[in-house]
Design a protein around this ligand. Sequence first.
Ligand code: ZN
Length: 187
Amino acid sequence: MAVLRQIALLGNPVLRTPAKAVAFPLSDEVRALIEDMAATMREADGVGIAAPQVHQSLAIFIVAPRPNPRYPDAVEQPPIVAINPEILERSPEKVAGWEGCLSIPGLRGEVPRHRRILARYRDPRGAEVVREFEGFAARVFQHEDDHLRGVVFLDRMESLRGLACEREYARRVAEGSPGVVNARPSS
Ligand code: ZN
């Protein structure tokens, strides 16, 4: 039975600590952690979550794009659990898009990300996966991968002028006039 975990908030050192690689086969504790991460992410309307965000400094994250109140325009894709991930290739082209973070509540920021990436990771059974991600899924993957390296989306912003309070962001999107380069998650 999955348990909701407490989410680490910006300022907590765990969010600035590089995560440790995970050993296979997974321990019962790590299996339970992954289930709890998925439940915690769903409860908070997240489209991804990394283990350091629930106070576990381990190289695990979930990418699960789906429409929800926080990301109404996200395109649903089967969730993936990435363990010990590595981004092998990044497209030279970057796209700006809005991101939020469960560890930074109430804020949205416009963040440039590589449009396409090639990533390698292990799934929970230990199988190696090499896979390409594009658009919004690539954005979420890069955001979560950053969490494993102690980096948050604020660090990736070109200017803090691209920062907005979530309520104002939602109001502007609802009006269809976000007034910025790319108001909706690219997908
Ligand atoms: Zn985050």
